[in-house]
Design a protein around this ligand. Structure first.
Ligand code: LLP
Length: 404
């Protein structure tokens, strides 16, 4: 993804071609970049040959899931809907793990009937519910227990999940109590210890701390776990300041851990696979001049892409065509929604902008379309996948008549 002759281009497709053919805003993915990310991820952990389950919450586009499956990945799901989608994409149930603090009885029954690899339980009550279902079906179900390791992931507080004040997983005491119960259960197999301490983590040290906690805990139980599910969370370089996650170090730490514990590692990456594979093209509707700054009112809004409004996340915005000189004006990129938080970014030294031109919001592949909503009765956006110079429509824009 780069400028060629001053026009932003994905693979061999100039994005001005997209705006001539499709309505904006629109999500555009690069097939090659997805493949590249999957290969990088696999290569980084080659030494430990993990099971890689793509976190479908980060992107739940069926066509992308099919492609991710084709590249050998399984799925991490958190609802019956995501599980159905993963199965529809052709992902083998034996490569699907199910997490989440509030799986309902009917969701659990569905997962048990589909014989998925693991249900990662997040409370004692959930374990007992699964045992009850398994008993009624006279089955034995493979489960994991998610530990809350009380480890600070050093990321945004809204996307931290591994501290004791977070709702996720169980503490050590409950973990030991529940695993002792399972030891004598005729209907449960405790196969996995799972963790996930948060998202957009750029430092490997929190993972090191987390593995130390696991090491100590395993020492206290008499279980040897067939699987250790380390979740996802590896961050990407949104700010383009080359602060990259050190996969090599993380792999070394895990390798060391595995010299003591003979388990198969599972990962549940989302953002690191899909985050930087897409952009959102948006058109400038109006420019409202103001004494201190100009409001650049674009056709994309917080309902289309929530991360800035929800977490204060900063996503780079760049012009689709570079053609004017930079200005000293302050630009506030905002959407049309009736909320002051419907704002993407404040920039200085942007090229001069004009109405009806296009800008690009970068790195929107993860938690972009999957987090979007119909707020203000706005239809969900179309999504396209670029391969070479070809453009494939992989999701149609919703129609207003579907909403009204
Ligand atoms: N596994 C579990 C159990 C998770 O809860 C998550 C993400 C993942 C895996 C994938 O994490 P990743 O590799 O993508 O960091 N909407 C927020 C992120 C929420 C993450 C929720 N859990 C954002 O836009 O930053």
């Amino acid at each position: 993804m780069k400028y060629i002759n001053n026009i932003f281009t994905i693979e061999n497709c100039r994005l001005d071609k997209v705006t001539k053919k499709f309505e904006t805003p629109i999500f555009c993915y690069s097939k090659k970049k997805i493949e590249e990310n999957i290969n990088n991820f696999k290569n980084s952990f080659k030494a430990i040959s993990p099971i890689i389950c793509f976190s479908t919450k980060s992107n739940s586009n069926l066509e992308l899931l099919k492609y991710i499956k084709k590249n050998g990945l399984g799925a991490d799901v958190v609802s019956k809907g995501e599980l159905m989608l993963a199965l529809k994409a052709g992902i083998s149930p034996k490569k699907i793990v199910f997490s989440g603090v509030g799986k309902t009885r009917s969701e659990l029954i569905f997962a048990i009937d589909k014989k998925i690899l693991l249900i990662n339980c997040e409370s004692k009550s959930e374990v007992l519910e699964i045992e009850n279902i398994a008993k009624s079906k006279n089955k034995r179900v493979d489960i994991g227990i998610r530990l809350n390791p009380n480890t600070d992931a050093k990321t945004l507080k809204q996307i931290s999940t591994g501290k004791k004040e977070n709702k996720f997983g169980v503490n050590e005491k409950t973990f030991i109590e529940v695993s002792n119960h399972i030891k004598y259960s005729k209907h449960l197999n405790l196969k996995c210890l799972s963790v996930h301490i948060g998202s957009q983590i750029l430092d490997h040290k929190p993972y090191k701390k987390m593995l130390n906690v696991l090491d100590k805990l395993i020492g206290k139980t008499s279980f040897s776990f067939e699987y250790i599910d380390l979740g996802g969370g590896m961050g990407i370089d949104y700010n383009k300041n080359n602060k990259k996650f050190d996969y090599k170090k993380y792999c070394q730490i895990i390798k060391k851990f595995l010299t003591k514990h003979k388990s198969k590692i599972i990962f549940e990456p989302g953002r690191s696979i899909i985050g930087d594979t897409a952009v959102l093209i948006s058109r400038i509707i109006y420019i409202k001049e103001n004494s201190k700054k100009d409001f650049i009112i674009i056709d994309a809004a917080m309902n289309d892409f929530m991360r800035p409004a929800l977490y204060g996340a900063q996503h780079k915005i760049i012009p689709l065509v570079k053609k004017y000189k930079k200005t000293n004006k302050i630009y506030d990129f905002v959407g049309p929604i009736c909320e002051s938080t419907d704002k993407f970014l404040t920039t200085k030294k942007f090229q001069k902008l004009y109405e009806k031109e296009y800008v690009i919001i970068c790195d929107v592949g993860a938690y972009g379309s999957s987090l979007s909503s119909n707020y203000n009765v706005r239809p969900k956006l179309a999504e396209i996948l670029i391969k070479g110079s070809k453009i494939n429509l992989i999701k149609k824009r919703q129609k207003l008549k579907d909403l009204i």
